[in-house]
Structure formats: structure tokens, C-alpha cells
Design a protein around this ligand. Structure first.
Ligand code: ADP
Ligand code: MG
Length: 699
């Protein structure tokens, strides 16, 4: 690697210490290489100067060419501004500055010709351009520049100090002149040829100054591929290292507990998918390295059973196991159903939550330490430091998207050797994310529902059709079914949320009067005894309707409930809607999900509702969600490098992600330590990158 690459940005012609500081502070650009990989966000075809009289929209950036015919300073202090009139053969337009006036004043020369770049806006029936970028027009400029002008995003602060897109463009131009021909390759020749990639040199030149639209596409492709390839290589490598290094407990036995459960207690046949996943888990735990597995399965696919059977394997090998759920309701439910499933098996199961009292807690802790407790089920309370196991061999985390990565890591420290970890989620992770964010986890998927389930029918109603919906609910209740009515929680104001819920409850109580109809209500501000009481009434079929907030979103299991009414459905995100819908369709009856919305829907909300009506497939929904929201909001992304991607796009570049991952896997398979002549170049990248990352942190 050429050392010029590593030169401090300060030493680039046209930068100097002051601008260097600005570049570092505002954009994180410290070295030549940082600037070289600071890519334009779009391009302007500079052969197309717009005639001033033809400006007709304020939605686009445009390029003008004309003479400055008037300059004026107006006002003083904070109201101060500067205007100039630009004139071409067709007309005139006003340019305006509110900031950086003294700097502009030095730059601007009356009667000279300029190239002006900016976004017109309409003001009092005429167009003007606020804070345009300017460049003196000379014969030389015309010859030098290529047709496509790169646009770099910069900050307000940079703009007022003369470092806007145009000046950035000049810097990249200088940079390419200085080191352009010395840019080295980072990928092995085999990959370049195999994937028809541009050389790195050509790609970098063309990403800043494309020779043609076709070249630009090739350049983008090459740089995206490279970025994703190294990300994958890193994930896959760290996974290899982990499997090689981290010792895990050896669960070699399938014994009494597992077998007895399987042959005597299991109330139904496992689905093929459950069987396959249990095998995958088995294989993992026999290898002697620590398992770190993500189990994805749509709501109702039977993950709990897989968790339980995995825990039994731990018990068969003389280890303890725990199961952590995100809410108390869910923990209690797991506790009850697991006790039920294990009945007569002489396995000591306990539950620990935030509302476990002190005395009970003390006993539990003693029994945990002595090994008397086999399986502990609970909530966050399990993460606390004073909860110590005798020998914890397996941690199962349910609905993992609700927990942070740190909490997952915390369970590791409860033992000398890390226990096996199984995280379960019903919110499918979009394929592209799974391959990247969770690239270092192993994944199992339950892609099949237990037999006899009927596809849930999802319908959309406007609020005005409420009477029809109520009539339908009555019909269903008459047929012996139960109904959920869910209201959104919008954290802004708990009071208002509660009011919405109570209003809804009242109106339902009016339309579904006692004693013919019984209605339960559950929300987050109730005491947990009251919550449990109401949940149980509903579970036992004593109430017909359960009015609640999203506290029931996760995991609650009442097979006889076949109708889910979601109020203000437009306010829910896709994955939440999908989770809620999963509360029904658990029995053999036809189930329904009714999405209630107001008449006015935003474009996004409409897509969400349409997606829900169209499909029950969690993966399809997750992909739609990623497209709507981008990766920033999705689980797990914050901790990964994914949001720092410079050019690749998780939504648009799915096929490149596949190619890159495939390529990385192939390479590591043949040459795990990247030692061959051809692959050494990759190893260098690793070392180089690591060094640099640390550098950044230190300084
Ligand atoms: P989730 O994956 O959403 O956590 P659960 O584990 O709660 O799903 O299972 C949903 C329901 O399906 C439960 O009532 C469970 O008893 C039932 N179930 C699980 N596996 C099977 C199976 N193989 N056959 C029939 N029913 C099953
Ligand atoms: Mg579950």
C-alpha cells in the first residue's frame, strides 16, 4: 500500500490545517484515503446549463451560467444578508446569502462570468437561490471538467466556510491527480475476474468523475461489492475464530429427560421444521464450542417447544438452563406451559421476575447455587449480578429483539465457560440483514406451522365501518370464539394512551353489555396481580373480549381467541402488526385480523396496511419493513457496522450481498487464514483496517 494513501489530509494541496480541522470535525476525514472514499451522493450533468428563464421547479439542483451584474449588502447584525443578481442571455435571478457573507464578498466579482449551482426556491412569485455554490468560469474550467459533476454532501458549517460541494469536488480532483495512478488493488485477481469487477483504481476515479453513465454503474458496483465483501469476510472470520477458540460445554448425551419427554409427554408430533432445528442445535452442542444460535420462527411456529427440548438436553448433561422472556406476562405463561408439559417428570422449574418477593428470591438463589433448580424461567431479573447458578449450561432468550446485545453478553459472565446461547425471535430479520448484522451468528429457521392451522384472514376497515365490525365480533362470540381489541401505545403520553384505551373499553362495554358479554382489560399500568387475574379470566374463557394495549403483543397464547381487532392500526409498525396478528390463528378455527384505521392514511401507512392484508409471511413483511424504514430503525443494526456503509445499500443491493458473501465463504473455505499468495492482499486489508480503527479511537 502506498504511503500516500495514509498521508494526513492537511497536506493535500488546497487543504491546510484549518480546512483539515473542519474536514475531520464535520465529516471524519483525516487521511487522503478518507477523502478518496468520501463518495458523491449524486451527479449533475454539467453540459446542461439551465437558461434562467426556463427555471420552473424548486425541486431540483440546477446549474446556471451567467454574469454577476449587481451585488448588494442589506441590513445589519442578525438580519444581515447579501444578494447578487446573476444574468444570462435569457433572464436574471437573485442569489442570496445569510451566512458567511464576508467570505462571499471576497469571492464575488462584479461583471465576471460564473457557474452557479444550487436549488432554486420560489419567493414572492419569483425564483431565487439561497446559498448557491459559485465558481468563476474560465476557458480552462470548461476543458478540464468532465461532463458529470460530483455532488458531495457537506454541513452548514462547511458551507459558510467555503467548503461546499464544489470545493470538495476540487479537492477530490487534486487528490486524484496526485495519487490516482498509484491506487492499488485490494481484492485478489480471482475475484476481480470472476465477478467482472473494475479495478479499484478505475472504480475510484469513476466514482468521483465518471467517464460515462455506464462506467459510473460499474464503479458503483465494484465499490459496493468490495465494501460488502470485507464486511462478510470479517463476520465469517470472527465466527471461525469463535468456533475454533471459545470452548463450550460438551452436551454429548441425549438422556433420560429428553427421551422420556419425547416418548411420553410430548402432546403432539413435532413438525419437520422443529425436528430439523433440534438436530441443528444438537449438532452444535456436541462440537465442544460455544453455541450462539439465532432461532427464527414465525409467531405460532412452536419455538417454545424447541427451547424446552434444548433445555432438556442441558439437563441430561447435568447442567442447569434458563429461559428469559421480555415481559412478566410472557414469563408466567412460559412457566405455566412448561410446568404443564413437564408434568410427572421430576424436574424442578422455578420462576423469577421483578415481582418475586424478597423471601422467595432468597430461597431461589440458594436453590440455584446448590443446583437444586433445573430450569429457571424469568425476566430481566435474571440478568442481575446476584443471580448465580451452580452450573448454567444453556441460556434461551425469547423474543430477543427486545433485549440488547449487552444483556446477551451479560449472561456469558455468569460462568467461566460461556453457556450455549439460543436466541429466539418471531420478528423475522430481513434476509439481507440476517446475512450482515447477524452474520456471525448461526441461524435456524422454523419455516412451517403446526398442522391444521388455517391462514389468518386479514381485512382492513375504516372507522366508519365500526358497526359492521361489532356485528362480526358478536357473530364470532356467539360461535364460541374470543376477541382481542388492541390499542396502540404511543410513548409520548401515557395518560393520553390510557384515555384512548379507557374510551374504547367504555364504548365496547356499551355495545357488548353484561351479562351477555364479559370484557377484560389489561394495560401496562395495572399491578401485575390484576393483570394476571384478567389474563387468566380470558384464558379460561370467562371473558369474551380482551381490551388491551400492546402488552399482549408478545407470545401470549390463547388458542380459542380467533379475532384480533387492531385499533388505529395506521399507528403501528409492520413488525408490531404482524406480532399482534400472531396472537390469533393458534387454534383450529378460522381466525381473523381486522385492521381499523381513520380515513386519512399516509403513503407509508397505506403500504403497511396493504402488506398486512396481502401476506402472512413474516419474511415478506420484514423485507417490506426494511424497505419502508431503512436499516437504521431495525433491531441489531446499531451495534453493527452496517450503518457505516459508505456506498452499499442493504435494501437495494441484496444480490450484491449474496455475491459478496458467497465469495467470502469460498475464499475462507479454501484458505481460512488467508495465507496463499493470492489472498495475502486480503490479510493486509484486515490488519490495515484494524490499525486504522484503533487509531481513530485513540486520537
Ligand atoms: P411461538 O413460536 O410463537 O413461540 P409457541 O411455542 O407459543 O409459538 O407455539 C404456539 C402453539 O403451537 C402452542 O400452543 C404450542 O403448544 C403449539 N405447538 C407447538 N408445536 C406444535 C406441534 N408440533 N404440533 C402442534 N402444535 C404445536
Ligand atoms: Mg413464543
Amino acid at each position: 500500500m502506498d504511503h500516500l494513501w495514509d498521508a494526513k489530509i492537511e497536506y493535500l494541496k488546497g487543504v491546510g490545517p484549518k480546512r483539515a480541522e473542519l474536514l475531520t470535525k464535520e465529516l471524519g476525514i483525516r487521511y487522503f484515503s478518507d477523502l478518496l472514499t468520501y463518495y458523491p451522493f449524486r451527479y449533475v450533468d454539467r453540459r446542461n446549463f439551465v437558461a434562467i428563464s426556463k427555471i420552473e421547479s424548486d425541486s431540483y439542483y440546477i446549474l446556471l451560467r451567467g454574469k454577476i451584474v449587481h451585488i448588494e449588502e442589506i441590513g445589519k447584525g442578525s438580519g444581515q444578508r447579501m444578494t447578487a443578481i446573476l444574468q444570462d442571455a435569457s433572464g436574471r435571478i437573485e442569489l442570496v446569502w445569510f451566512k458567511g457573507i464576508s467570505w462571499i464578498k471576497d469571492q464575488l466579482k462584479l461583471s465576471h462570468e460564473y457557474i452557479v449551482f444550487g436549488k432554486p426556491s420560489e419567493f414572492k412569485g419569483r425564483y431565487n437561490i439561497v446559498h448557491p455554490e459559485l465558481e468563476l468560469f474560465t476557458a480552462e474550467t470548461q476543458i478540464q471538467d468532465k461532463a458529470f459533476m460530483p455532488m458531495y454532501s457537506t454541513t452548514e458549517k462547511m458551507k459558510t466556510q467555503g467548503l461546499a460541494s464544489r470545493s470538495m469536488g476540487k479537492l477530490t480532483q487534486t487528490l486524484l491527480q496526485e495519487i490516482g495512478n498509484k491506487i492499488g488493488e485490494t481484492l485478489p485477481g480471482g475475484i476481480i475476474r470472476g465477478h467482472n469487477l473494475l479495478s479499484r483504481r478505475e472504480a475510484l476515479k469513476n466514482i468521483h468523475y465518471p467517464e460515462s453513465p455506464e462506467k459510473l454503474l460499474l464503479a458503483e458496483h465494484r465499490l459496493k461489492f468490495e465494501e460488502l465483501f470485507f464486511l462478510q469476510l470479517e463476520y465469517l472470520k470472527s465466527k471461525n475464530i469463535r468456533t475454533a477458540k471459545s470452548k463450550g460445554f460438551l452436551f454429548s448425551e441425549i438422556g433420560e429427560y429428553f427421551n422420556r419427554f419425547f416418548h411420553q409427554n410430548l402432546p403432539f408430533r413435532l413438525t419437520k421444521a422443529q425436528e430439523r432445528v433440534i438436530k441443528e442445535i444438537r449438532r452444535d452442542m456436541k462440537l465442544g464450542h460455544q453455541m450462539n444460535r439465532l432461532l427464527q420462527g414465525d409467531v405460532g411456529s412452536g419455538k417454545t417447544l424447541v427451547a424446552l427440548m434444548t433445555m432438556l438436553i442441558a439437563l441430561d448433561n447435568q447442567f442447569q438452563a434458563c429461559l428469559i422472556a421480555p415481559t412478566e406476562i410472557l414469563a408466567v405463561q412460559h412457566y405455566n406451559s412448561i410446568c404443564q408439559l413437564l408434568k410427572d417428570m421430576d424436574i424442578h422449574v422455578e420462576i423469577l421476575t421483578g415481582s418475586t418477593n424478597k423471601a422467595k428470591r432468597k430461597v431461589l438463589k440458594e436453590q440455584l447455587l446448590s443446583g437444586e433448580i433445573h430450569i429457571l424461567i424469568g425476566t430481566h431479573a435474571l440478568f442481575e449480578d446476584d443471580v448465580v447458578f451452580q452450573n448454567l449450561g444453556l441460556v434461551v432468550i425469547d423474543e430477543q429483539h427486545r433485549f440488547g446485545v449487552e444483556q446477551r453478553a451479560k449472561m456469558w459472565t455468569k460462568n467461566h465457560t460461556a453457556p450455549h446461547i439460543l436466541v429466539m425471535t418471531a420478528t423475522p430479520i430481513p434476509r439481507t440483514l440476517a446475512m450482515t448484522v447477524y452474520g456471525d451468528l448461526d441461524c435456524s429457521v422454523i419455516d412451517e406451522l403446526p398442522p391444521g392451522r388455517k391462514e389468518i384472514k386479514t381485512l382492513h376497515f375504516f372507522d366508519s365501518a365500526r358497526l359492521r365490525v361489532f356485528a362480526f365480533m358478536k357473530e364470532q362470540i356467539k360461535a364460541g370464539r374470543q376477541v382481542y381489541v388492541v390499542y396502540p401505545l404511543i410513548n409520548e403520553s401515557e395518560k393520553l394512551d390510557l384515555k384512548d384505551l379507557m374510551d374504547g373499553y367504555l364504548s365496547i362495554s356499551r355495545d357488548f353489555p353484561m351479562p351477555e358479554y364479559q370484557t377484560s382489560i389489561v394495560h401496562g399500568q395495572m399491578k401485575s396481580v390484576d393483570k394476571d387475574y384478567e389474563m387468566n379470566r380470558f384464558k379460561k374463557g370467562e371473558t369474551h373480549i380482551m381490551v388491551s394495549t400492546t402488552v399482549i403483543e408478545v407470545g401470549v397464547d390463547v388458542p380459542n381467541a380467533s379475532v384480533m381487532v387492531i385499533e388505529n392500526a395506521e399507528r403501528f409498525g409492520l413488525s408490531q402488526l404482524h406480532q399482534l396478528r400472531g396472537r390469533v390463528g393458534r387454534g383450529a378455527e378460522q381466525s381473523y385480523c381486522l385492521l381499523m384505521t381513520g380515513n386519512k392514511l399516509s403513503a407509508d401507512a397505506r403500504i403497511r396496511i396493504q402488506t398486512m392484508v396481502k401476506t402472512n409471511d413474516g419474511f415478506e413483511i420484514a423485507d417490506a419493513d426494511l424497505k419502508l424504514r431503512g436499516p437504521g430503525d431495525l433491531q441489531g443494526t446499531q451495534q453493527s457496522g452496517i450503518l457505516n456503509l459508505k456506498i452499499a445499500d442493504l435494501v437495494k443491493d441484496e444480490s450484491i450481498i449474496h455475491q459478496a458473501r458467497q465469495a467470502a465463504m469460498q475464499i475462507l473455505e479454501l484458505d481460512p487464514n488467508l495465507q496463499s499468495e493470492e489472498n495475502r492482499i486480503l490479510q493486509y486489508q484486515f490488519i490495515y483496517k484494524k490499525d486504522r480503527i484503533d487509531w481513530g479511537k485513540i486520537s
